[in-house]
Structure formats: C-alpha cells, structure tokens
Design a binder for this molecule. Structure first.
Ligand SMILES: CC(C)(COP(=O)(O)OP(=O)(O)OC[C@H]1O[C@@H](n2cnc3c(N)ncnc32)[C@H](O)[C@@H]1OP(=O)(O)O)[C@@H](O)C(=O)NCCC(=O)NCCS
Length: 327
C-alpha cells in the first residue's frame, strides 16, 4: 500500500473545515445522508479493488436509511469534511448511555492519506469514552490503515466478526422456539422497557433510540420471546439495512441458548417470507449462533470484520449484530 494515496496535497486537505451536522430538518438530513452514502460506496469500492475483491456493487444510496437515523439521533457527532459545499469525508459517533460507537469513517479515495480520517475520527469521538464507559467500533479486518488508526487511539481488536450467509430454509429444520418453552410475539413500542432490560444485561447499555428506529420500519419486523411470561430474547429481520434483503439482526438473549432459539425463529420467518438466503453478522464468541449456522450450511461472505473497543464490553456469546453501522 502506498504511503500517500490521494492526489491532492496534505495542505489542501488541512484547509478543509470539519462541520457537524447538528439538528437538521428532514430534507437536510436526507441530503446529508445521501452524500455520506455516496462516500461510503466510493470508498468501499476502491478498497475492494485494492484488496482484490469483487466490486462493491451496492446502490449509491444503500446506506441512506441508516445514516439518516444516525444523523437524527447523534447529529452533533456526525462530522463532515467539505470541499466547498461538497462533502468528501465523514466520521460518525453514536452515544448510548456510557457506551459510544464509531458508526462510520469514510474518505473519498482521492482525499485519502491526507489526514482527514484522523481528524474526523477525533472530532466524532471527542471526549469519549466517558468515565467508566467504553468506545467501540466494527472494522474491516483487512484494512491496516483504519485498524492502525483505531489502535493508536486505544481502540483495539477484541473479536472476529463473521458475516455468515446461507440457505434460510435449512435453519428452520432445527426446530421452533416452542421446544425450549418459548413463545414469540411481534415487537412493538409497548415492549421498549423489556427490550431495555435485555440490552442492559447483554450489551450493558440502553439503546431505545435504535429500537424506536427499527420499530418504525415496516421492513424491519421483530419479535420478543418469552418463557413463562418473562422476556428472555428478541430478534429482528433487516439488520442495519445495508446488507441486503436477507439480513437478520440484531438478536439478543439473556442466555446463549435462548438467543440461538431466537436466531432459528427469525431465520425461519425470513424463509417463510420467501427469502432464500440469510446474512447474519456473528461475533466469534457467539458459538451457539455459529453452530446453528455452520450446521445449516452457512459460509463466509465478504471480508471478516473486527469488533474493536477501548475495553472489553458486552456478552458477545449471546448477541448477533444488526450490521456494521449500528451494532
Ligand atoms: C480508513 C480511512 C477512513 C482513513 O482515512 P484517511 O484520511 O485515508 O487517513 P489519514 O490520512 O487520516 O491517516 C490516518 C493514519 O493512517 C496512516 N495512513 C494513512 N494512509 C496510509 C497508508 N496508505 N499506509 C500506511 N499508513 C497510512 C496515516 O499516517 C495516519 O497515521 P496517524 O494515526 O499516525 O496519524 C480511509 O482511508 C478510508 O475511507 N478507507 C476506506 C474505507 C474504510 O476502510 N473505512 C474504515 C471502515 S472500518
């Protein structure tokens, strides 16, 4: 990899001002999200080419729904570097209780290697983690530039993140949650308190803003699983809306086995909706989910990721991610 990738001088990049999205009206949120989604698409396509992988062929606006949610909830930490009025790079921080998350860091290829990524990363996560908290992110394991940048800021790789893809109907064959004495009901706003209790036990923080967003999307159905009336797991279809129609997640369970039952249930729902392939983003320590998927004929898709964090956090043996932009 060359030391300086961009064609511009470092001084040109240094002259760009970093702006925060802040509170925007809905049209401005969408325009900002569309610009950021174009930057992601160009940066990932360029990266795939350098890694010898197939072109990143998602539509340019593939990340607009997720980015709009991120701007709406954490606009003060959505930082853009603009060349005139044109955004050329962005970094996004999310804060949920004492947990903070870098939800994206992308620089247009022609502006890379000139200090913008570092400036945006530091601006988006300025003052984080708060005392006693943790800052985390997910990264592409094959990118030494981003992983080096994060590690030099004290955010170290902790777990592999496996994108597993396979036949949805095969998972169904492993049986319904009822065998574990579980009942599933469709998620709605009335469940927010129970979702928070599961998140606090599994992730260590309250992510109500993200549940409200998931629940607002008709293409993102979710279910709560109960045992003898007690909420023990939840599962959604849809992921973070960036991984395609067969995406599954997030999924969390108070126990690994209940989480695996929730995974089976939700992939069966996907198959029942006529979706042949499922895509699941599984942390390495989640052996129960891995076992379900490997035994169902799933295989690696794309590049393995990394969960990086300033300190260990969350119980990843019972959690499946929404994707790589909203953990
Ligand atoms: C990763 C990315 C955001 C970094 O932004 P950037 O503007 O290119 O990076 P910077 O110029 O700010 O450099 C950041 C650090 O990496 C180093 N670096 C940059 N390019 C490098 C290269 N080609 N080789 C080795 N080191 C490099 C810099 O020296 C700098 O080091 P420092 O932390 O000691 O200051 C950007 O390259 C990008 O968008 N890549 C593709 C998408 C991607 O992978 N995003 C991250 C998702 S996990």
């Amino acid at each position: 990899m060359s030391a300086v990738k961009g064609s511009r001088s470092h001084a040109a990049a240094d002259a760009l001002v970093i702006r925060r999205a802040g509170d925007l009206g809905s049209a401005a949120v969408r325009a900002t999200a569309a610009a950021a989604s174009r930057i992601i698409t160009a940066a990932l396509d360029d990266l795939a080419g350098r890694q010898g992988l197939p072109a990143f062929d998602a539509p340019e606006d593939h990340a607009v729904p997720t980015l709009s949610h991120i701007i709406e909830t954490d606009g003060g930490r959505f930082c853009l570097a603009c060349d005139g009025d044109r955004p050329v790079a962005f970094g996004a921080g999310l804060v949920r209780d004492a947990f903070s998350y870098c939800a994206g860091l992308f620089v247009l290829p022609e502006w890379q290697g000139q200090g913008l990524g570092r400036r945006l990363f530091e601006a988006a996560l300025d003052g984080l983690p708060v005392a006693g908290g943790a800052t985390a992110l997910t990264s592409n394991a094959a990118n030494p530039v981003s992983n080096g940048l994060y590690a030099r800021h004290g955010i170290y790789p902790q777990h592999a993140l496996l994108v597993l893809c396979g036949p949805a109907a095969e998972v169904r064959a492993y049986g319904a949650p009822r065998r574990r004495g579980l009942d599933a009901e469709p998620l709605g706003p009335a469940h927010l308190g129970e979702l928070r209790e599961i998140d606090e036990a599994v992730l260590g923080f309250d992510r109500t803003p993200d549940h409200l967003w998931f629940l607002s999307r008709p293409d993102h159905p979710g279910w709560l699983l109960r045992r003898r009336g007690r909420a023990v797991a939840y599962a959604y279809l849809g992921g973070d809306h960036t991984e395609g129609a067969g995406s599954v997640g997030p999924i969390a369970g108070l126990r690994p086995g209940d989480q695996a039952a929730a995974l089976r249930f939700v992939v069966a729902e996907l198959a029942a909706r006529g979706q042949e392939r499922a895509t699941v983003v599984v942390p390495g320590p989640n052996l129960t989910a891995q076992r379900v998927l490997w035994e169902s004929g799933f295989a690696f898709e794309g590049v393995t990721g990394l969960v990086c964090a300033s300190r260990p956090f969350a119980r990843f043996d019972r959690y499946v991610l929404a994707g790589d932009s909203i953990m």
